[in-house]
Design a protein around this ligand. Structure first.
Ligand SMILES: C[S@@+](CC[C@H](N)C(=O)[O-])C[C@H]1O[C@@H](n2cnc3c(N)ncnc32)[C@H](O)[C@@H]1O
Length: 257
């Protein structure tokens, strides 16, 4: 089943959903969220679900699942792949800041660093408010952001090789990344290039990602009534530290007196 409400046109950098899947195979973050989903139980909502690879694994485990993403091409592919797999998942094209699905979930997560597409404090506030509206009383919210403290800003603006992947025609494709960081806004503009080695064909896309210091993030969570039950620094549930790559937050709604 698929629903749509026209609030945004999606993010252009995610319009090629097949390429997204080629560039982003299953990884340790998916193991982490699949494990957490098994511990917490369903129903499960994946916000910024992309093409739904992780959600399909959670649904295959038996939990009732829903996925929401602002980019229509991502939801289109998510729906196609879940239908092919014979999985019943609710898909919605919509914005994390304004979502109104009309039901509640025991586990809500946002991964793939989708949280960093919330570019301002107000965007984050709106997301936390919407999560509150969709979370059951004993529910869990989990999401991650790359660690501001561990980030070496001022990296090369000129894209340099990140990794090489294989496309669906079996061709080697070099992925190159460059970045321009604005310390005033905490927003980094990422420049991503794909180069097909055999032909030299090159495509370029840009995207914006917000970096927020952990103290500021935790203050926002508290302001919206979330209690942090765990905050990890890596996908093996290691402690948060200034040199750890991630800030992975697992939260519950604080009980009201
Ligand atoms: C890097 S992808 C992550 C996709 C998936 N979660 C994963 O782990 O592969 C970021 C996704 O977030 C979505 N997104 C960004 N801002 C959003 C918003 N405000 N509401 C809903 N989805 C959003 C994008 O369309 C994109 O599909």
């Amino acid at each position: 089943m698929r629903t749509q409400y026209p609030l945004d046109e999606g993010l252009p950098e995610y319009a090629n959903a097949r390429e997204y899947d080629e560039d982003n195979p299953w990884g340790p973050s998916d193991d982490f969220y699949l494990g957490l989903a098994r511990e917490v139980g369903g129903p499960v909502l994946d916000v910024g679900c992309g093409t739904g690879m992780l959600l399909r694994a959670i649904a295959a485990d038996g939990a009732a699942c829903a996925g929401l993403d602002v980019t229509p091409e991502m939801i289109e592919r998510a729906e196609q792949l879940s239908n092919e797999a014979g999985l019943n998942i609710d898909w919605t094209v919509g914005d994390a800041r304004t979502m109104a699905l009309g039901r509640s979930f025991r586990f809500i997560y946002m991964t793939g660093h989708a949280f960093q597409h919330l570019l301002t404090d107000d965007d984050m506030r709106a997301f936390f408010e919407r999560v509150k509206e969709h979370l059951s009383d004993d529910g869990v919210l989990a999401f991650e952001t790359r660690n501001y403290a561990a980030k070496t800003f001022g990296g090369s603006e000129e894209p340099t090789l990140w990794k090489t992947v294989e496309d669906d025609e079996g061709r080697a494709v070099d992925l190159l990344i460059g970045a321009i960081y604005d310390p005033n806004t905490g927003v980094e503009q990422l420049i991503e290039e794909r180069v097909i080695r055999t032909t030299g064909a090159r495509t370029r896309a840009t995207s914006n990602l917000r970096y927020i210091a952990v103290d500021e993030l935790n203050a926002l969570l508290a302001e919206h009534g979330f209690e942090i039950t765990h905050q990890y620094g890596d996908w093996q549930r290691g402690p948060l530290g200034t040199d750890q790559p991630e800030v992975i937050s697992v939260c519950r709604l604080a009980s009201t007196p």
